[in-house]
Design a protein around this ligand. Structure first.
Ligand code: SAH
Length: 249
């Protein structure tokens, strides 16, 4: 009957849109990766369909099949469902799948993406032009990642790096930082924002010269400042990073 593609936000309950919470409460079926479904409060009679992270298209087809059987489905992602997440998989499945799926009632409910949650903890690093790049080479060649990193750095964008590292991809962040070091000054500000809005949140600041890729994990968003990004020292030893609205760089 319907499918809501829901972004759960970065972790904290109060960083989730009320519209997302309403869609989850109304759903007859919740579909998603195990750890994301675990974040949805249990509702009586609701069926939970959990699958492994690598099967995005299969999961999308499963959700669409349930919806076409008359179920009210919510398919969930962390952050925003449209940013490196399930919404694209659902539309890809619709484009190539059963033509009847096009008539389903589909709503995409936005969430706070990791880059926005991280930026808010850090100051205002995304106040000027920025881009987001996933370092995962599961779904694109590593050469494409390198090309985009170089182009973004040369163009002066602040860069938000998603999926910096995983058990299967231990070296990508180090290689990405090495490429950026050939283009950006050693003093470039870097922030590693881990588990933002969760109890184990940790925010680390470094310069590009000293940034240690082994400090990032699967729940880390890495922000690379531009030449315009400024650092403000705070009396407690902490810092704010911001990118001024007017930029000469
Ligand atoms: N749709 C999600 C992104 C999914 S890709 C969103 O909009 O946020 C998964 C990546 O998101 C992780 O590898 C990490 O880089 C980032 N991420 C997700 N939640 C995070 C959090 N709470 N803190 C920091 N980074 C996070």
């Amino acid at each position: 009957m319907s499918i809501a593609i829901v972004g759960l936000g970065p972790g904290a309950d109060d960083l989730q849109a009320p519209r997302a919470a309403a869609a989850l409460a109304q759903a007859t079926d919740i579909v998603g990766y195990t750890t994301y479904v675990a974040r949805v409060p249990e509702c009586n009679g609701q069926i939970r369909h959990v699958t492994d992270n690598r099967e995005e298209i299969l999961r999308a087809r499963h959700a669409l099949t349930l919806a076409s059987e008359g179920r009210r489905v919510a398919i969930v992602s962390s952050g925003d469902a449209g940013v490196f997440a399930m919404a694209s998989a659902v539309f890809e499945a619709i484009e190539h799948g059963d033509p009847a799926w096009r008539a389903l009632d589909i709503e995409v409910i936005p969430g706070i993406s990791a880059m926005f949650a991280a930026a808010a903890r850090i100051g205002a690093p995304l106040g000027h032009d920025f881009c987001a790049i996933s370092l995962s080479d599961n779904l694109k060649p590593w050469d494409t990642v390198l090309l985009r990193l170089r182009a973004a750095a040369e163009a002066g964008f602040v860069i938000a790096l998603y999926n910096p590292i995983s058990r299967a991809r231990p070296w990508q962040l180090g290689a990405a930082l090495d490429v950026l070091r050939t283009i950006l000054p050693p003093s470039t500000d870097i922030a590693m924002a881990q588990a933002v809005s969760c109890p184990d949140e940790r925010i680390l600041f470094a310069t590009l010269a000293e940034a240690d890729p082994t400090l990032a994990d699967m729940r880390t968003l890495v922000l690379i400042g531009s030449a315009a990004t400024r650092r403000i020292a705070r009396p407690d030893g902490g810092v704010w990073l911001y990118s001024p609205r007017g930029s000469i760089a």
